[in-house]
Design a protein around this ligand. Structure first.
Ligand SMILES: [Zn+2]
Length: 388
């Protein structure tokens, strides 16, 4: 199949362009007059076309609503772990069917917004049985939806009320939960909320080592609430990504720039929390690999399907160029998930593509949050958007 357009193919900047798709991958890319002969030909006119968006940080498995808490927080109440435990109560009380319907609706919204790969964390269960149940729910939803779903076990999201101490719970996560999740093949990654008031560096390292022993990848929530050194710990432990980084300083920027760990920035919750934005410009200028993700979750930003907005926030709030922001939300996300074939416009890359209701990638900034896909391909197959 050959896709062609007279408009822009971004972030490559080709115009006009042609892409040959074979067996789910981009086989060739170039200008239309050099294109190989192909049976099926799809002409996309002047539409902006980009790789499918990769949202490498979301928390879709939850029940309940905390909009009231957001309003209270904006009146001056601080963000505490009590909020997460409130969602844990609501989620534990939701049966499988309810939870599955909630997750499916959120991931359909993500797809309808142009996300073709989404990382999904557990973390509102906080017991082995509940965390396993939530990861199984994700697995069942993944079978029904065409987008790629990468599962992450975030048992160390907060300490549940029934456990006496952080150390006791971290030992349980490391010694019992991580091996059980790995044995059942329920997740590809382990994540830890490595921040002040949640899991300290020693507890984080204990859980990270268990993840490595179980053959699972590592990602960390790091440097959101306080500068703790969690970013450097992630680098030292070979984390695929450290996420948030609002409080990162120059030393932390330098540590990430010289590493293979991706810096995943989440501008939407920083905005909702009125927190300082992460140092995107410093990270990019130092040469770090940067990803942009939504962090759609129960309590600090619940906008599923908003990756076009996240790109716009990267280019405005975080002072990235539009091309940097789009790259961070495509190839950057792929790098953060250890999936380098995602989000790229080159032979061998996944044929995950979106044609937008826009003509230039600058629309992600200019039309902040309102750019929509009008056609989507995943693995070279077109998704019927009206059924999403
Ligand atoms: Zn998060």
């Amino acid at each position: 199949m050959l896709l062609t357009g007279t408009g822009r193919l971004a972030p490559a900047g080709l115009c006009p362009w042609a892409i040959q798709i074979r067996e789910g991958q981009i086989a060739w890319i170039g200008s239309p007059e050099d294109a190989p002969v192909a049976g099926e030909r799809v002409e996309l006119g002047s539409a902006l076309v980009t790789p499918g968006l990769v949202d490498s940080h979301t928390h879709p498995v939850f029940a309940g609503d905390r909009s009231d808490e957001a309003a209270a927080r904006l009146e001056g109440f601080p963000y505490t772990e009590g909020g997460i435990l409130r969602t844990v109560d609501a989620t534990r009380a939701a049966d499988d069917g309810t939870l599955e319907a909630l997750v499916e609706a959120r991931l359909r919204a993500a797809l309808a917004g142009g996300t073709t790969t989404v990382e999904c964390k557990s973390g509102y269960g906080l017991s082995l049985e509940e965390e396993r149940r939530h990861l199984r729910v994700l697995g069942r939803v993944a079978e029904r939806l065409p987008l790629h779903i990468v599962r992450t076990f975030l048992g160390a999201h907060a300490v549940p009320r029934e456990v006496a101490s952080m150390d006791e719970y971290a030992a349980h996560v490391a010694d019992e939960m991580v091996p059980a999740v790995a044995a059942e093949g329920l997740a590809e990654f382990v994540d830890v909320f490595a921040d002040a008031g949640f899991f300290d560096l020693a507890a984080t390292e204990r859980i990270a080592r268990a993840a490595g022993d179980a053959g699972l990848g590592l990602r960390l929530h790091a440097e959101q609430l306080e500068r703790t050194g969690a970013a450097e710990l992630g680098v030292r432990l070979g984390a695929a990504s450290v996420d948030h980084l609002e409080q990162l300083d120059d030393a932390g920027v330098a540590g990430l720039a010289g590493s293979r760990t991706v810096a995943t920035l989440l501008p939407a919750p920083a905005l909702v929390l009125r927190d300082r934005p992460p140092p995107a410009r410093a990270l990019l200028d130092a040469g770090a690999t940067v990803a942009l993700a939504s962090d759609a979750n129960a309590g600090t930003f619940a906008g599923f399907g908003t990756m076009p907005l996240v790109i716009g926030l990267g280019a405005t709030l975080l002072r990235m160029t539009v091309t940097e922001a789009l790259t961070a939300a495509t190839a950057g996300g792929g790098a953060a998930l250890g999936l380098p074939a995602l989000g790229r416009l080159e032979p061998g890359a996944a044929a995950d593509l979106v044609a937008w209701d826009a003509e230039h990638e600058g629309a992600f900034a200019l039309r902040l949050g309102s750019v929509r896909p009008h056609r989507i391909w995943i693995g070279g197959r077109e998704i019927a958007l009206e059924s999403v």
